[in-house]
Design a protein around this ligand. Structure first.
Ligand code: GDP
Ligand code: MG
Length: 166
């Protein structure tokens, strides 16, 4: 099995921390020319039966000016091309405008989405279900996985959920 996965989420939710944990070795960007989505490989996670190719689809954020609309469209279309999206949130922060903006964009897509609830090491387990509910009210998820990217908790089950989709 093999497939393309994109991680999206507000700044500081832990996307880089997750990638660095999963991917032993960073892959350098191959060219400084404008690239198609699939060339923006951040790293590849490989096991015996699974190859997950993480690609960078930047730009899912609230546009600040006119040019932003075009970039938004490019970013949204890039997300149509991947096989799965990891929508990462920071469970220690309330759902904000940045999250809502991403949610609205994700509603336009058919791509399977996994809700990755990061930084669960910082909250009580009892606080997790209400957060899940508040996101499930707005979007359908292929899976919901609480993790700690920093400590590595539950990262393996998340990779297994990705494998189910690919
Ligand atoms: P990004 O902007 O989404 O790439 O976020 P980063 O990966 O740069 O992480 C932002 C900050 O959150 C850093 O200080 C990380 O160490 C911290 N962080 C990331 N994941 C976790 C986690 O699971 N638990 C805790 N406590 N901190 C985390
Ligand atoms: Mg980052």
């Amino acid at each position: 099995k093999s497939g393309f996965v994109s991680i999206i989420g507000r700044p500081n939710v832990g996307k880089s921390t997750f990638l660095n944990r999963v991917i032993g070795q960073k892959i350098a960007i191959m060219s400084d020319k404008p690239q198609t989505t699939r060339n923006k490989i951040q790293g590849v996670y490989t096991t015996e039966d699974l190859q997950t190719i993480f690609i960078d689809t930047p730009g899912i954020h609230k546009p600040k000016h006119k040019l932003g609309d075009f970039m938004m469209k490019v970013a949204t279309n890039a997300l149509r091309e991947v096989d799965a999206i990891l929508f990462m949130i920071n469970v220690t922060e309330p759902k904000g405008k940045g999250d809502e903006f991403i949610i609205e964009k994700l509603k336009e897509l058919d791509t399977p989405i996994i809700l990755v609830m990061n930084k669960v090491d910082l909250i009580h387990p009892n606080d997790i279900p209400p957060i899940i509910e508040s996101y499930q009210n707005e979007l359908n998820f292929a899976a919901v996985v609480p993790i700690s990217a920093l400590q590595g908790n539950n990262v393996e089950p998340l990779l297994q959920e990705i494998a189910k989709i690919l």
